[in-house]
Design a protein around this ligand. Structure first.
Ligand code: GAL
Length: 503
């Protein structure tokens, strides 16, 4: 008899018509006790036949822990500990969850408490900043124990990755409850009148206009409203150095660009990388250069760059680019592979001498237990404080608006700011924090903040619209590779023209 179907044809037909099922038979929901060497995807694979079903295990466990506190609360999928009790959902439940799961919405992995959730978006994952944020969460949880706080961070310094994802969610009408927003012109990029809610009433009820300095209030106001509550003041222009190396080589931190060359040559002769930086995330060169611009032009001319009063064709900008080029000539060659914090490791290890980075570095050093660092204003910026401030905002479509409003109150409060800033490596936005809670570096920043000329950071959203700031950062990242002073200056001028500020 002629065979109508070959075996291979039958297998092929089955593959088309029979839905793919996991190799394991469907599992019932069950408890699981974590043992050494376990990780979530391994458990998902074992019980649900699919390692990628780990989010379903995390979500089910977190939800279960609300009813029964003997179950673990999983805050970080990568950190589960032996002895923890998990709840593995049934195959059917897991499939139902995974069908709607969106990895850009970390809140889906967490439980929803009786008081709902509070989804806080930020990019604070590094040492120091993560702890600072937790300090504010602790206070919030004490006040609102029924609310599940979701730490919806997306790693990447200066918001490199966070901002784009956040914007997509905001525009899609699907935001978290509150997110990190720099004080200043950055807010324009979020079309606040369309997507955010003014928080003027919180300023009024919490007395925030009396709590923050006038200059900060001016920076925060956009189109007649406040769109965020600030938690801190950061300083962009800090030169960090390894104290032991400087002492061993009889060096003091350079106050001028000439001195920078002398110090760098001495460090080089001693076999140390004089200047460490990372340019991996595409914002760091722009950050350092804003400090070089301020140090070369002075406060007034630096400010003029963002208002059109100082042309980008100014010889001072040429000089700043030459200064920056000189500094880069002393840098670690692998900077494209490094970030600000991995570059900082060289300073800790004593293989790198100096680094220019914002004062979140102070929080990071502290979190690493490193105390051998010194600080000084980078060349030319004595008496100048390049400032930025982080605030939290209120999306119009925030799903848990009341929770978000309460969060903003914690952000603006004295106890919130005192819990956050000493660990974050920033000073309070409020003027009444207790200096005794802060380390020596931060105490010095407080003094400088009160007496220096304050200018706005462009790399961190204060001085210019987001689109201009992005162009500026891109141009500087290219400069680090090309060293083309004339071409870079022309591109910076063009960015100013495109921003509608220069002719
Ligand atoms: C800034 C932010 C700081 C810190 C830094 C490094 O934009 O304002 O708080 O997080 O990025 O990521």
């Amino acid at each position: 008899m002629k065979k109508l179907f070959s075996l291979t044809m039958i297998v092929a037909l089955l593959a088309v018509f029979v839905p793919v099922v996991s190799a394991a038979p469907p599992a019932q929901a069950q408890e699981y006790i974590v043992t050494a060497g376990d990780w979530l995807s391994k458990i998902a694979d074992k019980y649900l036949g699919n390692p990628q079903a780990w989010p379903a295990v995390m979500q089910a466990t977190n939800q279960k822990s609300l009813e029964d506190s003997s179950f673990a609360k999983i805050a970080n999928a990568d950190l589960i500990e032996p002895g923890w009790k998990l709840w593995v959902p049934s195959t059917e439940e897991a499939e139902a969850f995974l069908a709607t799961y969106d990895p850009n919405k970390p809140e889906m992995l967490y439980a929803t408490g009786a008081g709902g959730q509070l989804v806080v978006g930020s990019w604070w994952t590094a040492g120091g900043e993560a702890e600072g944020l937790n300090g504010m969460f602790r206070i919030y949880r004490e006040k609102y124990p029924d609310v599940e706080v979701v730490n919806a961070t997306i790693a990447g310094g200066a918001g490199t990755n966070f901002k784009a994802i956040n914007k997509t969610r905001l525009i899609g009408g699907d935001p978290g409850d509150t997110f990190q927003l720099h004080a200043g012109l950055e807010v324009e990029g979020y079309s606040p009148e369309q997507y955010l809610e003014p928080v003027d009433d919180i300023y009024a009820s919490e007395g925030l206009e009396e709590a923050f300095p006038a200059d900060l209030l001016t920076l925060l106001e956009y189109k007649g409203h406040y769109w965020g509550v600030p938690v801190n003041i950061h300083r962009s222009n800090v030169l960090w150095y390894n104290k032991a190396l400087f002492e061993a080589n009889g060096l003091t931190p350079p106050a001028t660009f000439e001195e920078f060359t002398t110090v760098a040559e001495a460090l080089k002769a001693a076999g140390i990388t004089p200047f460490v930086l990372g340019t991996n995330e595409g914002w760091e060169a722009g950050h350092i250069f804003e400090d070089v611009l301020a140090g070369t032009l002075g406060a007034e001319k630096y400010n003029g760059l963002w208002t059109g009063d100082t042309p980008w064709t100014d010889p001072g900008v040429t000089e700043a680019l030459e200064n920056f080029k000189m500094m880069i000539s002393y840098a670690n060659e692998d900077h494209p592979a490094q970030t600000w914090s991995t570059a900082g490791e060289f300073l800790i290890a004593g293989t790198g001498g100096m680094m220019i980075m914002g004062d979140w570095t102070d929080g990071w050093f502290t979190s690493k237990g490193f105390t051998g660092y010194g600080w000084a204003p980078p060349p030319g910026t004595q008496g100048i404080f390049v400032a930025l401030s982080d605030s939290f905002s209120l999306p119009k479509e925030a799903p848990n608006k009341e929770n978000a409003r309460n969060w903003l109150k914690v952000c603006g409060s004295l106890e919130g700011q005192e819990a956050f800033n000493p660990q974050k490596g920033s000073i309070c936005a409020r003027t009444d924090c207790d200096p005794a809670l802060f380390n020596a570096y931060l105490q010095s920043a407080m003094v400088d903040w009160s007496q220096d000329a304050i200018v706005a950071s462009v790399a961190h959203g204060a001085a210019a619209y987001e689109s201009w700031a992005t162009d500026y950062k891109d141009v500087l990242t290219l400069f680090v590779a090309s060293g083309d002073v004339a071409g870079t200056q022309a591109a910076l001028q063009q960015a100013c023209v495109d921003a509608g500020i220069c002719q």
